[in-house]
Write a protein that binds this ligand. Structure first.
Ligand SMILES: Cc1ncc(COP(=O)(O)O)c(C=O)c1O
Length: 365
């Protein structure tokens, strides 16, 4: 994800008490402090939910204080990358009710990722309940719009065996973390600059669909270089000229009539925001084209381009850097179709309008 504009948070970063006897806890934010736009993902909510997995069987999820985890140094996840996560939001509507956005889709995607990583697959009901419980336990730090409570389910392979490179981990740990977040692009809408990478893919072909940490670290060096050398916010991966996605969001082209994006395949993450924006586009009468996008079409595009994701929602792309040359997309400004679709999505998430597709799931204490 792009580096968000700096925000001044009054909440301290996780302050961990080093104590051998007591369970250390993190500094918990209060409703007042979180209202001041905390930096995305840097503020832990006071409670997390954990389920210990023994021999593939998930234990009943328990709400516990957000605190450092005890992990055996031989744990599979630490050595062989059997670690994955999800990312979704619960939004406080204008009626005060907190609702999760499409948790069923995030549950399904995490189950798919776990399967790809040969980790124990969380039962859908149990994972949904763990996410719901993490929201319920942290309702008092769920900010009002444009903030949200970000949920981060995490699954780690825990078999304590450094000889098990070629064997799946049967023990695991599932935790659902929560973090109050502000508007990712607080401080006014601005357009993003993307470096187009035409040689490297974001990840390996069989892992594009997985939400695994290894995918992100693979894109990190490229993204860091793009930032340092070109002032780019993100890298758009287009190996061989075939546009995939950025390091942490899906890529869309828009104009007054159409929304165009890559069709689902195994090479990239199937974003829940992407699917939702396409549905809203259809509802609003746009023609939706799910197909390959070649770099040549992209460079000649006369409309708008945007990134879709849980954090970015729908953010306008103004400039591409391709082979050292800067190319402006359309007017280079935030486009009206992007704004229209973004507002339509936010209105549902914030319960300002009816929820025609039953995407929102209310959570009470
Ligand atoms: C690589 C990647 N692609 C796309 C997305 C967008 O997915 P979603 O809309 O489900 O957040 C994300 C964000 O989670 C991502 O990390």
């Amino acid at each position: 994800m792009t580096t968000p504009p700096s925000t001044s948070s009054t909440v301290s970063a996780p302050g961990v008490t080093a104590s051998a006897a007591a369970t250390p806890s993190v500094t918990a934010p209060t409703a007042e402090t979180t209202a001041a736009a905390p930096a995305f993902g840097s503020v832990p909510a006071p409670t997390m939910v954990r389920s210990d997995v023994i021999a593939g069987v998930f234990g009943t999820p328990q709400a516990v204080p957000t605190a450092p985890l005890a992990i055996h140094p031989f744990a599979h996840a630490l050595h062989y990358g059997s670690a994955c996560f999800e990312g979704l939001k619960a939004h406080r509507g204008y009626d005060g009710v907190v609702r999760l956005f499409r948790p069923d889709r995030h549950v399904a995607r995490m189950r798919r990722t776990a399967e790809l990583l040969c980790l124990p697959v969380p039962p859908a009901e149990l994972l949904a309940e763990a996410i719901r419980a993490a929201v319920a336990a942290n309702l008092d730090v769920a900010p009002a719009a444009p903030g949200a409570l970000y949920l981060r389910p995490l699954l780690l392979g825990m078999d304590p065996n450094i000889g098990a490179a070629a064997a799946p981990s049967e023990d695991a740990l599932l935790v659902v973390l929560a973090s109050p977040v502000g508007d990712y692009f607080a401080g006014g809408a601005r357009t993003l600059k993307l470096l187009v990478e035409t040689e490297l893919p974001r990840t390996t072909p069989q892992f594009g669909e997985a939400k695994a940490g290894a995918n992100y670290v693979m894109a990190l060096g490229v993204t860091r270089r793009a930032r340092a050398e070109h002032g780019a916010d993100q890298v758009l991966f287009a190996p061989g000229g075939d546009v995939q996605e950025t390091g942490a969001a899906n890529f869309l082209l828009l104009d007054d009539d159409r929304v165009v994006t890559r069709a689902l395949d195994g090479s990239f993450l199937h974003g829940i925001t992407r699917g939702s924006v396409l549905q809203l586009a259809r509802d609003l009468g746009y023609q939706v084209e799910e197909r390959d996008i070649h770099i040549d079409e992209l460079l000649a595009w006369d409309g708008e381009a945007a990134l879709a994701g849980t954090a970015a929602v729908l953010s306008s792309v103004g400039t591409l850097v391709h082979e050292g040359r800067e190319v402006t997309i359309g007017s280079g400004q935030v486009g009206p179709n992007t704004v229209r679709l973004r507002d339509a999505l936010l209105a549902i998430q914030r319960a300002e309008v009816a929820d025609p597709h039953d995407w929102m799931v209310a959570v009470d204490g």
